[in-house]
Design a binder for this molecule. Structure first.
Ligand code: SAH
Length: 468
């Protein structure tokens, strides 16, 4: 099985830097299912081609522990296409052999890793369950020009028809890391078979590598379904996460404009962040979480306070996290600050071990973005599983909306808000939380308080009762 990647970007031999593999060398890598070799059939200034030759060991495959190798029919052990075709083995090899290129890192040519360059991929044999139509449906929306040569089932008997094997060329102008993530995800999708057990970790891989493109892909459902080996509960979970992210991403920009516009007259955001920071300081927390950190405004404030030794920002949106990283100049932060800050993608809709063991968590203007139906899960994720000693949570007070001249009556402050609560509703909810999860709560108004409708933002500070 041979994968070739070429570029005509000048100087083309810079491909060697991007792939982290020197054009003059042949390198071999041992994998659990065989060997991968990287070499350059051509390396000139105007064109450069890197090749990944996958040498899958057919005997080794048969001897793998039971369950790791799918057997579709009795002779599968003896008659297998696996050594000869592009499959999930190739994805594993890409992740292993081109790991830094896959994640978009390039020490020597960082700028180039960010640049869209002309790239061409040749796959010697790609099995396409779903045929050329699916092949095109998967790659063309991502900007590829697809050329596919189909192979007869048996050249001597043309009336046996065509096989599902194709020799494929894909051309696009994009970043190398994008191209590799597309191959990583879509090759096993086309092959529609995986050589390993598919579980929750696969959702994470899929979302990580599908990060920038999957949420908007027209074939999203079939990609997810096939990638997760048709396991319905995994597919459902992955699609839910993608949709959450997509809805969020679409509304991020609107949010920035809309909500800020509505609230800007009173400089509410600033007041809110200052109040949250103060509440966290008062709690004497050292290790804090900012859940739904968005573009990182609170993180910046927290970093300025030495009291906070470890600060973690989590958001469901990769895009928001990228912006946060840029705004905080994360890559250029002095080492001392950098080691106090960590950002990662995650959803408050799912129990997450990474959130356990912190002193405090801030959830600022986030819960109103969650579907009411998922609020109960969020409550458990935060108060039962993560269960920090202090939780500082803010949400709009809907009663105050009449005070905003530029907000139409009956509208929420932002299109993506699934609900906004009155003071009574918020306090009833928070009180229920205290009873159910063993916390106490104190409420604070944020922003100018109106006699009749109260403050624009409401904040609850929860404290866990029993401090284990
Ligand atoms: N806390 C930030 C951002 C508020 S906007 C601030 O005050 O500026 C709401 C944020 O919640 C968005 O960044 C959105 O991506 C995030 N979010 C929405 N649903 C989420 C979920 N289920 N898990 C984690 N973050 C979520």
């Amino acid at each position: 099985m041979l994968l070739k990647i070429s570029t005509t970007y000048a100087p083309a031999t810079d491909l060697g830097y991007l792939l982290h593999k020197h054009p003059a060398r042949i390198q071999s890598f041992g994998l659990s299912f065989g060997q991968a070799h990287v070499f350059y059939p051509e390396a000139r200034g105007e064109t450069c081609t890197a090749a990944l030759l996958l040498d899958v060991d057919p005997v080794g495959l048969v001897r793998r522990p039971h369950g790791q190798f799918e057997e579709n029919f009795a002779l599968a052990q003896y008659v297998s296409d696996r050594p000869y075709v592009a499959s999930s083995f190739l994805s594993v090899a890409i992740a292993r052999v081109f790991s830094s290129a896959l994640s978009g890192k390039c020490k020597d040519r960082p700028q180039l890793a960010e640049t869209e360059i002309p790239l061409k991929v040749e796959l010697s044999i790609l099995p396409c369950r779903g045929g050329e139509i699916l092949l095109r449906r998967l790659f063309e929306p991502l900007g590829y020009t697809v050329t596919a040569e189909s192979h007869a089932l048996n050249a001597q008997f043309p009336d046996w028809g065509q096989s599902r094997y194709f020799t494929v060329t894909l051309e696009n102008t994009c970043r190398l890391s994008e191209l590799l993530t597309h191959l990583y995800v879509l090759i096993p999708v086309l092959d529609d078979e995986k050589h390993y057990w598919v579980g929750d970790a696969e959702i994470e891989k899929l979302l990580k590598h599908g990060n920038d493109w999957l949420a908007a892909h027209p074939e999203q459902e079939s990609i997810v379904h096939r990638y997760l080996k048709h396991q319905r509960h995994l597919t459902r979970e992955a699609l839910a996460q993608l949709r959450e992210e997509d809805a969020q991403e679409n509304s991020d920009t609107i949010q920035a404009q809309e909500e800020a516009q509505v609230e800007e007259r009173i400089g509410l955001n600033e007041i809110r962040l200052a109040s949250v920071t103060e509440a966290l300081k008062q709690s004497s927390a050292k290790r804090v979480l900012d859940l739904g950190c968005g573009e990182g405004k609170l993180l910046r404030k927290l970093l300025a306070e030495k009291q906070f030794e470890e600060i973690v920002g989590m958001d469901v949106s990769h895009r928001a996290l990228r912006i946060a990283q840029e705004r905080l100049h994360y890559d250029r932060l002095p080492e001392k600050l950098k080691e106090r800050l960590r950002l990662f993608q995650g959803s408050l809709g799912y129990r997450d071990k990474r959130l356990a063991g912190y002193d405090a968590a801030a959830i600022v203007e986030v819960i109103e973005h969650l579907d009411l139906a998922r609020l109960a899960t969020f409550e458990r994720v935060l108060f039962e599983f993560a269960c920090p000693r202090t939780v500082v949570l803010t949400t709009p007070n809907i009663e105050y909306n009449v005070q905003f001249e530029n907000l139409k009556a009956g509208n929420f402050r932002h299109k993506d808000h699934r609900f906004e609560w009155t003071r009574d509703e918020f306090q009833a909810w928070a009180t229920r939380i205290t009873k159910r999860f063993g916390y106490t709560v104190v409420f604070h108004p944020i922003g100018p308080e109106d006699e009749n409708v109260g403050p624009p933002t409401q904040m609850a500070v929860f404290t866990r009762k029993i401090d284990e």
